[in-house]
Design a protein around this ligand. Structure first.
Ligand SMILES: NC(=O)c1ccc[n+]([C@@H]2O[C@H](COP(=O)([O-])OP(=O)(O)OC[C@H]3O[C@@H](n4cnc5c(N)ncnc54)[C@H](O)[C@@H]3O)[C@@H](O)[C@H]2O)c1
Ligand SMILES: [Zn+2]
Ligand SMILES: [Zn+2]
Length: 338
């Protein structure tokens, strides 16, 4: 079978290896159907992700079919449609004991810190394999993982009814946060610097869109909230500029949700946080969000509605990565089809 592996920075190769066999009784053999290509996959491919060591098989957004299973696997049957929860954790450390296994001391992330789904078959522990309804279209189901990021960001920000939420960035993570914020009952303004992304966000339920290249965002937020500013700000653009911007658009007593992985330093004064009692909070991956998102998708409440724009055969992964690099404004979510 074929395996796609990033060997070193910008070097991707396809290898021919033996199909894996079930080793542990709790293992499941999965045949991927679709694997989503995420910004972080591109970052790992370009050697820009400090958390991923190379060589690495990428792929953490994955749906597929159960091909085989170990003797102790009870909740899944051969032929089941499944989605993979990428995080593996110890259950013993402080964050695990306090409901945050997504930042476990011994965290392993499928496709990032351990080999992922960009191969024709893989085995994985039953705990990370979640059954989905066979009626849920694959192209929708593949969005479950990115939607869990939005579910986590809005949970961390305690987004709810009556909140004015500003989302910075209308890429897949901004759109995921938008959809979950709307389901949770908030009013949402979303900003980007690309009109097409904003038009799409509008169709996905954004109450107000603002292109910050053309309109003064701080003024727009002030006007929209009648001088109160945004109660919750979710930074899904994740530049130093937008990180600092959050403090200029958040309301008194408001919350900023930071999703960025930059190792550079921003300039933030203590008083800008203390003076208005701002909550500045990190949101990494997700914890306990898969079950909720699967339910929302199965119920039809949460849908991609055109978030997937491109599909490539698995063996065209190189082409797909190059295309995403060349035309980022055209690609919302690209998939590999197996
Ligand atoms: N914390 C987490 O768990 C987590 C998970 C996934 C992704 N991320 C991070 O979230 C970020 C977004 O991911 P994505 O896949 O949506 O990326 P993306 O690149 O597709 O989207 C980013 C969007 O931000 C817009 N943007 C850039 N500068 C802007 C500005 N000054 N004002 C407004 N918008 C601006 C871009 O035009 C783009 O539409 C990435 O930095 C990624 O690393 C974090
Ligand atoms: Zn992803
Ligand atoms: Zn742990």
């Amino acid at each position: 079978m074929k395996v796609a592996k990033v060997y070193e920075k910008n070097v991707l190769k396809f290898d021919e290896v033996e199909k894996p066999a079930i080793k542990n009784d709790t293992d499941v053999l999965v045949k991927p159907k679709f694997v989503g290509i995420c910004g972080s996959d591109s970052h790992i491919y370009h050697g820009e992700n400090p958390m991923a060591k190379l060589p690495r098989i990428l792929g953490h957004e994955v749906v597929g079919v159960v091909e085989d299973k170990g003797k102790a696997v009870t909740k899944l049957a051969i032929g089941d449609h499944v989605v993979i929860e990428p995080i593996r954790y110890c259950g013993q450390c402080y964050p695990c004991r306090h409901g945050q296994p997504n930042v476990c001391e011994n965290l392993l992330v499928f496709g990032v810190t351990e080999d992922g789904a960009m191969r024709e078959y893989f085995t994985i522990g039953e705990k990370q394999v979640l059954k989905i309804d066979k009626n849920l279209p694959w192209e929708e189901a593949i969005l479950i993982e990115p939607f869990t990021i939005g579910a986590q960001a809005t949970m961390r920000g305690d987004v709810g009814v009556g909140d004015n939420v500003l989302i910075i960035g209308a890429g897949p993570i901004g759109i995921a946060s938008l959809k979950l914020a709307k389901i949770k009952g908030a009013q949402v303004m979303i900003t980007d610097i690309v009109d097409d992304k904003l038009e799409f966000a509008k169709k996905q339920g954004a109450d107000i869109i603002v292109n910050s290249k053309k309109t003064d965002l701080i003024e727009a937020v002030k006007e929209w909230t009648k001088g109160e500013f945004a109660n919750k700000v979710i930074d899904a653009a994740c530049s130093l500029f937008t990180f600092e911007l959050c403090l200029k658009v958040v309301s008194k007593g408001g919350t900023i949700v930071c999703l960025g992985f930059s190792t550079e330093f921003a300039k933030i004064s203590p008083v800008s946080i203390t003076g208005r009692q701002i909550t500045l909070i990190g949101s990494r991956l997700q914890a306990h969000q898969f079950a909720n998102v699967i339910r929302l998708m199965e119920a039809g409440t949460l849908r991609g509605n055109g978030l997937v724009t491109h599909k490539f055969p698995f063996t065209d992964l190189q082409k797909a990565l190059d295309f995403i690099d060349a035309r980022p404004e055209q690609v919302r979510k690209a998939l590999l089809e197996f």
